[in-house]
Design a binder for this molecule. Structure first.
Ligand code: C2E
Ligand code: CA
Ligand code: CA
Length: 648
């Protein structure tokens, strides 16, 4: 009787189709994916070699070439089949996120002992004929030693099944069953085949369960981010969940691009993503060289999370090496203006943080906590800082501040070089919390934007400044207007012109007394509503300042087209005046802006030296601690009365 080869033959295209789909969907990153691919390749090899051996046995006696070929294929079959059992065993640990349990070399060596026995048994076959024999008269026939292989495979299958069932808390049931099915179906098929030599159903059983795996377990949309060729942020979240449940110790290297938004709008989405994937590839090859277990996850627009499965790994050292390497390479690849800038952090889980939400939040918030000039921080330092305590309690702080109207307005004087007195002030919001003390607007304004509670805060600022102007007759103090910061959400708010009209009426404040500030980032995101608002408001007589000029990708052409009266040079530009390059950047910026008839405010001027230089090169207005910090209403009025009289 001839064996039924159809099952084996059918299994080959199934494995191949799955293999192709794995590559087509770029599921090639990460340990689980790599093990799965290995499993598929080994299965194809097993099925093909099995087909050759069994088919050859149908045309006895075997010719010399067929005999040699059958022999070779029989070895390929036994080696690939037994290896695939072990590969799947490791796959189980990887896909359940519990790889760390077998990470140690000794542990792996123990787990590989049965496998080694299997290999030795197969390797001894030429001398002992223990496992199988192929003769030209009888073809392929099994030996007694094959039972050793069966027993060992059963051992792996049993251990794997028990382990999977014990993981029910870590991974959902709809994934456990497909994972167990590979063992269950294959073992059943082996039993069938053992009793009926003609029914070669083993490979097709494995093929069916790999279909289940690809459909229910390895879901690329949950796992990989094809746009950059890494694992996805969702996968990161579920991996962290597993790590916390299993009390595993890992390092997470978080690398965050600080200019991702700007660079994305500058390069365009496609080129930006290509650039990011290039960097991810570099990271990948570096960590491979370091021989640590790692996986890279990406969150748009520009944060990479690298989970490093080695508690002793020195992340800081690695990051500095990486930064050097990337710098060297990107020097060639892109021009200076296109370079991504990044800061990184080493977060030890669970030592630094042990709560899923907090870990996720930390990845998004730590950037604000990196001191200027540094590119690396340890999470433990960040977490110990006062700012972090504030950031991680921001929901509470904001809710309380809004509910109890805890905000106050401060005013920072702005000096006119030409007039030799203070002619305006920037209104800056302040928040003092009973529990956390002073909460900087640099922390709570972005947080309020993200949480969608910025509008009530913005409304408070507008109303309060209108009241201030109308109650204090600022003209008599020598002040021409007050500058108010607008958030992105306010700029995009359709009701903004009406709201200002209402306040204008109510407090009798003419538009000339108010200057509205927005940032370049706001402008980048400018929708038609914002454009409409700018036009409508400037028609009524409001003027605008572009805030923080010099921090983003400043585009002169755009600047010249906007209805801007004033450009505010960011503090970082002013600080850079300590260097020759910085000095000439500021000088040229001032010249350019003057040429297109913009007025200039230099922000953050702290020294007499900077003040003198800015005056000399023709900067119109100066704002900074050199004159005064932002002051509460009463103190501000006293300050202005005193100084404007003296200078008048
Ligand atoms: P900004 O609009 O760039 O405001 C200037 C910031 O620089 C203020 O920080 C001011 O106190 C600080 N500053 C001024 N001169 C100096 C100096 O000489 N040295 C140093 N080191 N700092 C100086 P502040 O008040 O902490 O505000 C931070 C940011 O929060 C502001 O940056 C603005 O983006 C936002 N913000 C503040 N108040 C409001 C507001 O009422 N509405 C909105 N939407 N945002 C606001
Ligand atoms: Ca401002
Ligand atoms: Ca500013």
């Amino acid at each position: 009787m001839q064996p039924l080869l159809y099952f084996d033959i059918c299994s080959v295209p199934i494995f191949l189709i799955i293999l192709i789909s794995v590559y087509a969907r770029r599921m090639t990153k990460g340990m689980s994916n790599r093990l799965f691919i290995t499993l598929l390749i080994l299965s194809v090899l097993s099925a093909l070699s099995d087909i050759v051996v069994e088919a050859a046995s149908c045309s006895l006696p075997l010719s010399e070439p067929l005999l040699v070929m059958s022999n070779i294929c029989a070895y390929i079959y036994f080696i690939s089949r037994s290896t695939s059992i072990v590969v799947y065993f490791f796959f189980v640990f990887s896909i359940t996120g519990t790889w760390y349990r077998i990470r140690r070399k000794r542990m792996k060596a123990i787990l590989l002992i049965p496998f080694t026995v299997m290999l030795l048994t197969v390797a001894s076959n030429p001398f002992t004929g223990l496992v199988f024999s192929v003769t030209s008269e009888e073809g392929y026939s099994r030996g007694f030693g094959i039972n050793i292989i069966y027993v060992i495979c059963t051992l792996y299958a049993l251990c794997g099944t028990i382990y999977l069932l014990s993981c029910h808390r870590i991974i959902p049931k709809n994934k456990i069953f497909p994972l167990v099915s590979l063992y269950a179906l294959t073992m059943t098929a082996v039993v069938v085949q053992f009793f009926n030599r003609m029914l070669l159903v083993e490979m097709i059983a494995t093929a069916f369960s790999t279909i289940l795996l690809i459909l229910f377990v390895l879901r690329p949309e949950e796992i990989s981010d094809v746009s950059v060729g890494s694992l996805s942020f969702e996968a990161y979240r579920s991996e962290i969940r597993k790590i916390l449940l299993t009390k595993q110790k890992v390092h997470i290297a978080i690398i965050s691009f600080t200019n991702a938004y700007e660079l994305r709008s500058y390069l365009g989405e496609m080129r930006f993503l290509t650039y990011v994937s290039h960097i991810i590839r570099q990271l990948d090859s570096m960590f491979r060289r370091e021989r640590v277990f790692f996986d890279i996850y990406f969150e748009h627009p520009g944060t990479m999370y690298i989970i490093i499965d080695d508690p002793k790994y020195d992340v800081e050292d690695a990051y500095h090496r990486l930064a050097d390497e990337l710098m060297r390479r990107s020097e060639k690849a892109v021009s200076a203006g296109e370079r991504l800038t990044a800061v990184a952090c080493d977060l030890a889980v669970p030592d630094d943080l042990n709560d899923l939400d907090e870990i996720i939040r930390f990845g998004r918030d730590f950037v604000q906590q990196v001191p200027p000039g540094k590119i690396f921080v340890n999470a433990s330092d960040v977490i110990a800082s006062k700012d972090y305590r504030i950031i991680s309690n921001m929901d509470l702080i904001l809710n309380r501040a809004i509910a109890e109207s805890r905000f106050k307005m401060y005013y920072q004087p702005i000096y006119s070089v030409e007039k030799g007195r203070f002619i305006s002030a920037e209104a800056l919001i302040r928040l003092f919390d009973d529990e956390f003390g002073y909460v900087s607007p640099a922390l709570f304004i972005p947080a309020a934007e993200k949480r969608g509670v910025i509008l009530p805060i913005g409304d408070y600022v507008l109303e309060e400044v209108h009241r201030f102007i109308s109650q204090n007759n600022i003209s008599s103090l020598g002040l021409e207007y007050i500058e108010i910061n607008l958030s992105i959400a306010q700029c995009m708010q359709e009701e903004l012109p009406e709201h200002l009209a209402f306040l204008r009426e109510r407090y009798g404040v003419p538009p000339e007394k108010i200057n509205l500030e927005f940032t370049e980032t706001t402008y980048e995101d400018m929708g038609s509503v914002m454009q409409f608002n700018l036009d409508a408001l400037s028609e009524v007589g409001y003027t605008f300042s572009l805030d923080d000029y010099g921090t983003g990708y400043s585009n002169m052409q755009r600047v010249s087209k906007l209805p801007l009266k004033i450009i505010k040079l960011d503090k970082s530009l002013v600080d850079d005046m300590a260097t020759d390059d910085g000095l000439s950047i500021v000088r040229n910026t001032v010249k350019m802006m003057r040429d297109i008839n913009k007025e200039l405010v230099a922000e953050g001027v702290e020294t007499k030296e900077n003040l003198d230089y800015l005056e000399k090169i023709g900067c119109h207005f100066i704002q900074g601690y050199y004159f005064s910090k932002p002051l509460p209403e009463d103190e501000f009025i006293m300050f202005i009365k005193e100084h404007n009289k003296i200078n008048a």
